[in-house]
Design a protein around this ligand. Structure first.
Ligand code: PCA
Length: 201
């Protein structure tokens, strides 16, 4: 049985929950399509994230990696196309505030997703899930994780589907922050559909 490493994030900044944590926890251990799901929930910590994803790829030896993050303000699933070699923005959960540093000194400016984005977009639309292919994963932890994941796989010559998906807030956050939100079950269902449709195009 193939293994899929599914990662989410813990709550951060003003968000008291993170729908990606709930999605990972509910899909962990399940068999979806070709894959057994191995779930991990990461801390929102710049100084830890590179070694966490490297450690987990090494330990799990996944056949695919799907990483998830919350993006407040979006109202569709965002299939991220590219990660860029920089970190910037608000402070993380340890109090560290990035300031435009590179993630890897000698890394490429950008690394493209290794998920079949067009195929996933079609699959989600067919299931009536609003979705867009996004051309920026930002400069915060999610972009950092996407970049370091793709960098590590490239470095190890591991040619497997891998990439990043941003999801909208769940209603809990939507109500507290007055931002567009989705039911948690739709967010989890979108992730399920993505995994079911990962088979190479
Ligand atoms: N979203 C943030 C970091 C953690 C999360 O779930 C981001 O988009 O960078």
């Amino acid at each position: 049985m193939k293994k899929l490493l599914l990662t989410g994030y813990e709550p951060f900044l003003k968000f008291k929950t993170n729908p990606t944590q709930a999605a990972v926890e509910s899909l962990e251990g399940k068999i979806i399509g070709d894959y057994k799901i191995i779930g991990r929930v990461y801390p929102v910590a710049f100084k830890e994230i590179n070694s966490l994803i490297e450690r987990d790829i090494e330990a799990v030896e996944p056949d695919a990696v799907v990483s998830l993050g919350l993006a407040s303000g979006i109202s569709s699933v965002h299939l991220e196309r590219i990660a860029i070699n920089t970190i910037d923005g608000r402070e993380d959960n340890t109090g560290f505030k990035p300031n435009g540093e590179k993630i890897y000194e000698n890394g490429a400016d950008g690394l493209f997703s290794k998920l079949p984005l067009k195929q996933l977009e079609t699959a989600l639309l067919n299931e009536n899930i609003p979705v867009n292919i996004s051309n920026s994963a930002g400069t915060y932890l999610c972009n950092n994780l996407m970049y370091s994941e793709l960098y590590y796989l490239q470095h190890k010559k591991l040619d497997i589907p891998a990439g990043f998906v941003h999801v909208p807030p769940s209603h809990e956050i939507g109500i507290a922050q007055r931002v567009p939100s989705w039911p948690q079950e739709d967010i989890t269902r979108a992730v399920h559909i993505i995994i079911e449709n990962l088979q190479s195009n």
